[in-house]
Write a protein that binds this ligand. Structure first.
Ligand code: ATP
Ligand code: MG
Length: 384
């Protein structure tokens, strides 16, 4: 029996005039996810059908499609001729051996001799005859068998409805520059923005040789996981070693993280402008650590001249962020124990509520522009 994958999409329905654009991005992103697999994507009454693939590829194709934002649910279906014997055979193939079930039919072909209620009753009844351990439960079944009689003499029969990634297709909501550390939070922040349709580019700051190569590789791996959701990613890698040494040498050490954050933000903004990103994204969460107070965010945010800063995790608890990080597949990489540059020269008493005038007084001791230029010269770009 021929297998097809049914793709049901979500909020795209709401996008009136822009609908064509959203649908095109969704198809482009599905094509990218399915690269290397023989297949055809066809549009069919508010859904997409993926056909023409090798049945053995179905599981891996479904796995990849579950990472494509904009897909609400998907199902692998049997495609049969529209006659009762073939439909029943398919229903037995996709349906359970025991437990409770119901059949839900939809009839687009109005010439089909039974209406949808009659078809559900007919197939459900036959299944009960063949499988004595099955029981019908209309209200709260353990399994639902879907039957979709199409206009072209073919019927789709499917069992499991698999949850898609939800959200909006990447490419429909502009581009953001994600400040990615090796920690748990920033990859989750990037995932959340990509899920709303944003294309991502990343920047990572390192302090080699105070931070090691494994720390950098870890970030590359994290960005690679993100790239499976965002259809490819560029990672900008910038060395801030000299900036930290200068802060350490010339400024009150308690301001290390506060001052470093301001450099990160300035550099991230310049890189964003270069690549056409329209906002910065961080993994900050209010009150999580000393630098993530509202005053800390004011201090780091005030150097960003003309872009909004998105902090999608701001209102999340750490355990909620960890849960998300597990489900998107970044947690195990994030917890590898390599140092981030923020922990180099870490003061014993970092300022928690930095006053902007104190920050500016410390910053005056540095050649801000010269240090930024030097850091920008260390830029390496990795495509993932
Ligand atoms: P994360 O888990 O994302 O590292 P965190 O809880 O450790 O976050 P901080 O270290 O205070 O928090 O960092 C706050 C945010 O600043 C990060 O989420 C990230 O967006 C950015 N950031 C921190 N360190 C770096 C870095 N080395 N390179 C790029 N961005 C960074
Ligand atoms: Mg961190």
């Amino acid at each position: 029996m021929e297998k097809v994958i049914i793709i049901r999409y979500c909020e795209i329905h709401l996008k009136g005039g822009n609908r064509g654009f959203f649908e095109k991005m969704l198809v482009d992103n599905m094509e990218k996810a399915l690269k290397g697999f023989k297949h055809v994507i066809k549009k069919h009454s508010g859904r997409y059908l993926i056909e023409g693939f090798a049945p053995d590829d179905a599981d891996e194709m479904v796995f990849r499609l579950t990472k494509v934002f904009g897909i609400h649910t998907l199902s692998v279906a049997d495609k049969t001729d529209s006659n009762l014997d073939d439909i029943l055979a398919a229903a037995l193939e996709v349906g359970p051996e025991c437990g409770t079930f119901k059949v839900e039919s939809h009839r687009a072909d109005k010439n089909f001799p039974l209406n949808s209620m009659q078809l559900s009753a007919e197939i459900g009844g036959k299944m009960l005859e063949k499988r004595p351990h099955l029981k019908v439960d209309i209200h709260n079944p353990q399994s639902v068998i879907g039957i979709d009689v199409r206009e072209n003499g073919k019927t789709l029969v499917f069992g499991d409805v698999i949850a898609g990634a939800g959200g909006m297709p990447v490419g429909t909501a502009g581009k953001g520059m994600l400040l990615i550390s090796g920690g748990i939070d920033s990859p989750v922040a990037g995932h959340m923005m990509a899920r709303r349709g944003m294309t991502l580019e990343c920047v990572h700051f390192h302090s080699y040789p105070y931070t090691n190569m494994q720390a950098r590789e870890k970030v590359e791996e994290l960005a690679k996981v993100l790239s499976t959701y965002s259809c490819g990613i560029k990672l900008n890698v910038v060395k801030v070693t000299h900036i930290q040494e200068e802060i350490h040498k010339k400024c009150n050490g308690d301001f290390m993280v506060t001052l470093l954050r301001r450099f990160m933000m300035r550099i991230a903004e310049r890189l964003a402008k270069r690549c056409g990103a329209q906002c910065l994204i961080t993994g900050e969460s209010l009150g999580q650590v000393a630098s993530q107070t509202v005053e800390g965010m004011t201090s780091s945010g005030s150097v960003v001249e003309s872009l909004p800063i998105m902090r999608p995790l701001c209102g999340f608890d750490k355990n909620e962020i960890i849960e998300r990080s597990r489900s998107i597949g970044t947690y195990d990489i994030s917890i590898r124990p390599y140092e981030d540059c923020c922990t180099v020269f870490l003061p014993r008493h970092p300022v928690i509520h930095p006053k902007i005038e104190d920050v500016l007084k410390e910053e005056e001791k540095l050649d801000v522009e010269g240090l930024i230029k030097e850091a920008m010269n260390s830029l390496e770009i990795v495509s993932l």
